[in-house]
Design a protein around this ligand. Structure first.
Ligand code: E4P
Length: 217
């Protein structure tokens, strides 16, 4: 499973790109509004440091304007993925933009039928929001499993990009359900490595090795 960072902040992304484990980035208008930098500057910096897909979301509501915004965003760098909402206009824009050779991420997906429509519109990525479904009293992971089944039934190449991922259990469940990608807030990405038995085990190894009086180098 590929791991993306869900952030529009070049500084916090840079710190984690150094791990070599970041496959891409997703941004949205709310994340962009939180960073102190103008959107285009932030996206330019992010695209330079991340070799994979960087989703940049349109803010227009009509297909015509989404296409115009998408084409402008795509000029920032070759790894920009144009992100459109799951509306009829968003799907029409997706069909046009993917037909013109752009990669497109269809966002705000909350049902398998919506995911089916996005795949038929040529989406490169579909973004099901699992945390927001959990918040509303549903099981967000059911949606990932159902989309996986639908896409596999018809061999759609659209990748499932699990979004609104809130905790480590979501990440594990996404990997087990066959999501292609999970996009994680930076703090969650950092937390994935933590295990008290790793810390305890390493401390014991270090102590025993020190007592042996040897060195490798
Ligand atoms: C990413 O593409 C989504 O916009 C993001 O994961 C939404 O997360 P949230 O539900 O925590 O705002």
């Amino acid at each position: 499973m590929k791991l993306f960072l869900d952030s529009a902040d070049p500084k916090e992304i840079a710190a984690l790109v150094a791990t070599g484990l970041i496959d891409g980035v997703t941004t949205n208008p709310s994340l962009a509004a939180k960073t102190s930098m103008p959107l285009f500057d932030a996206l330019r910096q992010i695209c330079e440091m991340v070799p994979g897909s960087v989703s940049a979301e349109v803010t227009a509501l009509t297909a015509k304007e989404m296409i115009a915004e998408g084409e402008k965003l795509a000029k920032i760098a070759s790894n920009i993925t144009i992100k459109v909402p799951l509306t009829w206009d968003g799907l029409m824009a997706c069909k046009h933009l993917s037909g013109a050779g752009h990669t497109v991420n269809v966002t705000l997906c909350f049902s398998p039928n919506q995911a089916l429509l996005a795949a038929k519109a040529g989406a490169t990525y579909i973004s099901p929001f699992i945390g927001r479904l959990d918040d509303a009293g549903h099981d967000g992971m059911d949606l990932i499993r159902e989309i996986r089944l639908v896409y596999d039934n018809y061999s759609f190449s659209t990748e499932i990009l699990a979004a609104s991922v809130r905790h480590a259990t979501h990440v594990r469940a996404c990997a087990m359900a066959g999501a292609d990608i999970a996009t994680l807030p930076p703090a969650l990405f950092r937390s994935l490595i933590q295990h008290p038995l790793t810390d305890k085990g390493l401390a014991a190894f270090m102590e025993d090795w020190k007592r042996s009086g040897q060195s490798i180098l």
